[in-house]
Design a protein around this ligand. Structure first.
Ligand code: UDP
Ligand code: MN
Length: 641
């Protein structure tokens, strides 16, 4: 390729010296066209060189050839409008089978109209990016075509994917995993009439090897009769190999379909798109870097066939991001979350263990992880699929789980089903997940947490600020909740996950702290050092510095600086680091119903300074004058459980 480019430019130089200007121009155009053609046809998928020799399963090298006559069932381009919902109902737009180039150009603007300037830009960007991983220097078109040494490619893999792509490329796409199931699982026999499954894998710029290892592992482990199809949803990937080479590769695999979205949907809406096209009785959503254990599918299907109103998940083992070794956890875990709405694993607690009849009985789990989850297809659609206003990535597993519990279903982990997942070392640099996840969490809080949402906002100040500024519209989901007759979050806390409501997590009062005498609100004025910060009275506003939380530990925490508590020094109320001292603390307060806030240690009340230039909060003997009467913006029923 490099040589071809050099001789072409020499030819061009010679012609320029002797020919007329017009001829030169024409020739130049011709050459440019030729070069463009060469670059387009010779530009191989980026990982071609390094992947040679890793393809055992089918006799096909994805690096060669660019056939673009995809069968309609193999590759489909989805051009959904922004507002369109992904339900498997009549009236969906038909699939369009397109050539690769058309596919790349077809960019739909957020309003749903085609935008030609964007489309052109989209095309250019795709081509540049697909080549970049191979080149050393950006901007030098020739060096961009050189393969990288494996070491550098590995580093690149870490940057790009958060796992060791270079190593993954050297591991077979079809490898056997160690047997890690409980011995009792091996004795299980399953009905021959299990429901069928559609496995939906939504991906965005996934590494070639991990994506195809996922696909092969499903095909190699799922009984043919049970696996209806595998639906790959390409969420607007930009990397070269995921284009023609992928289409061609999967066209050789039975029952694997590929849907391309022509705009970035994010995993949540991408999965919904796949679900809308699925025909299996059961939907299984899977991340694009998983490997399935033998016998993983049957226990999921068996459980769902006898218990249609549930969302089930396999045990999700760890594929090490660096070594690609398969690690399995010995003990059983369940999925939980905290008030920040972050997901965690925890060992199955004793009270849950007692309910289970055998070591392989299903485990009731407050929530499941996002990587692999299965449910009846109709049930999924009937209980509201995913929240289609959630973007990009994150917290959809919490939303699905909480909704399932609240609206009459159950959420379980099935111990005999095991799937490995590559937990990333870090998020790919190109993804800005953080922005999306906080908004997705806000949607959960606003839709499902009821008054408990304040607990979330207390723990996530950024979410609190964003929710105030953006006031997200969750009305559709609230209607769904009504339509389904779902229970409230108090029920969830009492029945599904009582551990969530630890007393210290429950604020009694929160929001602005209004002084009836002055008519102003308490406001935190940060100083350069902690001891220079102060609490003063200012006209009430929406500023977070006027947000306070009174919790059942009797602390008054600052919303804008959650590690700070109201404290007392020399008779003055000041902000200090919260001490968590149990006795004799300067930081304990009694917020009384009559509006007085009593300092427990001294028995005195917080009083607003009365003079114009004094704005401080001081301690005075309690006498209930207006300057000692405070109103918290909000009070919570949950205090002192
Ligand atoms: N994904 C996607 N579009 C996005 C973000 C993620 O299709 O905008 C896919 C991604 O390729 C993966 C799945 O969604 O298959 C889950 O994302 P990821 O694995 O990054 O999440 P994690 O497992 O790290 O929590
Ligand atoms: Mn993942």
């Amino acid at each position: 390729m490099r040589r071809q480019l050099q001789s072409a430019s020499m030819f061009l130089r010679k012609k320029c010296r002797y020919g007329s200007r017009k001829l030169q121009f024409l020739l130049l155009l011709l050459m440019l066209g030729f070069l463009l053609l060469m670059v387009t046809t010779l530009n191989p998928p980026h990982s071609n060189q390094s992947k040679q020799g890793t393809f055992q399963p089918v006799e096909f090298n994805p690096r060669e050839g660019y056939q673009v006559d995809f069968a309609e069932t193999q590759e489909m381009l989805e051009t959904q409008e922004e507002s369109q919902q992904y339900y498997p109902l009549d009236g969906l737009s038909p699939f369009i089978s397109l050539r690769e180039d058309e596919l790349i150009v077809a960019v739909v603007s957020p309003t749903g109209k085609r935008n030609h300037s964007k489309a052109r830009k989209g095309y250019r960007v795709v081509k540049q990016q697909s080549r970049r991983p191979e080149g050393k220097a950006e901007g030098d078109p020739e060096s961009q075509l050189l393969p990288l040494p494996l070491q550098a490619a590995g580093e690149l893999g870490l940057d790009t994917h958060g796992f060791n792509e270079a190593l993954s490329e050297r591991i077979s796409l079809r490898r056997e995993l160690p047997e890690v199931r409980h011995p009792l699982c091996l004795q299980q026999e399953y009905d021959s009439s299990l429901p069928t499954a559609s496995v939906i894998i939504c991906f965005h710029d996934e590494a070639w090897s991990t994506l195809l290892r996922t696909v092969h592992s499903i095909m190699d482990t799922a009984p043919k009769a049970s696996l209806k199809d595998i639906i790959l949803v390409d969420d607007l990937s930009q990397q070269g190999p995921l284009k023609s080479a992928l289409s061609e590769y999967i066209s050789k695999l039975d029952g694997v379909k590929l849907i391309r979205s022509n705009k970035r949907l994010g995993v949540i809406r991408g999965r919904m798109l796949g679900a809308a096209r699925a025909t299996g009785d059961v939907l299984i959503f899977m991340d694009s870097h998983c490997e399935c254990q033998k016998g993983w599918l049957e226990p999921l299907l068996a459980r769902l066939s006898s218990n249609r109103n549930s969302v089930v998940s396999p045990v999700i083992d760890v594929i090490d991001w660096k070594t690609f070794q398969y690690y399995h956890s010995m003990g059983l875990h369940r999925g939980v979350f905290d008030w920040k709405l972050n997901f965690h694993w925890e060992p199955v607690p004793e009270h849950e263990e007692k309910v289970r009849q055998s070591p392989i009985s299903p485990i009731r789990s407050p929530v499941v992880a996002g990587a692999v989850v299965a449910m009846d297809r109709h049930y999924f659609q009937n209980i509201g699929a995913y929240d289609s206003d959630m973007t990009t990535w994150g917290a959809e597993n919490l939303e699905l789980s909480i909704r399932t519990w609240l609206c009459g279903g159950s959420v379980e982990i099935i111990p005999c089903s095991r799937v490995g997942h590559v937990y990333r070392n870090h998020f790919p640099r190109a993804f800005s997940y953080e922005d999306a996840i906080v908004r997705n969490k806000i949607r959960i809080a606003e839709t499902w947490l009821g008054p408990f949402k304040e607990n979330f906002y207390k723990h996530d100040t950024v979410a609190f600020l964003i929710s105030k500024a953006e006031k997200p519209d969750c009305s559709e989901r609230l209607q769904l909740q009504k339509r389904l007759g779902c229970r409230n979050f108090q029920w969830f806390v009492s029945n599904v996950y009582p551990e969530l409501s630890q007393p210290e997590d429950i604020p009694g009062f929160s929001g602005r702290l209004y002084n009836t005498g002055v008519g102003f609100c308490a406001d935190y004025r940060p100083g350069r050092a902690i001891e220079e910060g102060s609490i003063e009275l200012f006209p009430c506003s929406d500023s977070l510095t006027q947000h306070f939380e009174y919790n059942s530990m009797k602390e008054i925490r600052l919303g804008s600086a959650p590690l700070f508590c109201l404290d007392v020094r020399h008779g003055k109320v000041i902000p200090q680091n919260c001490t968590k001292e149990t006795d004799n603390s300067h930081q304990h307060w009694d917020v009384q119903e009559n509006g007085m806030i009593v300092h427990v240690l001294s028995g005195k009340c917080i009083e607003a300074a009365k003079s114009e230039d004094e704005k401080d909060l001081v301690l005075s003997a309690c006498n209930k004058n207006a300057y000692q009467v405070w109103q918290f913006e909000r009070s919570h029923m949950l205090r002192q459980r």
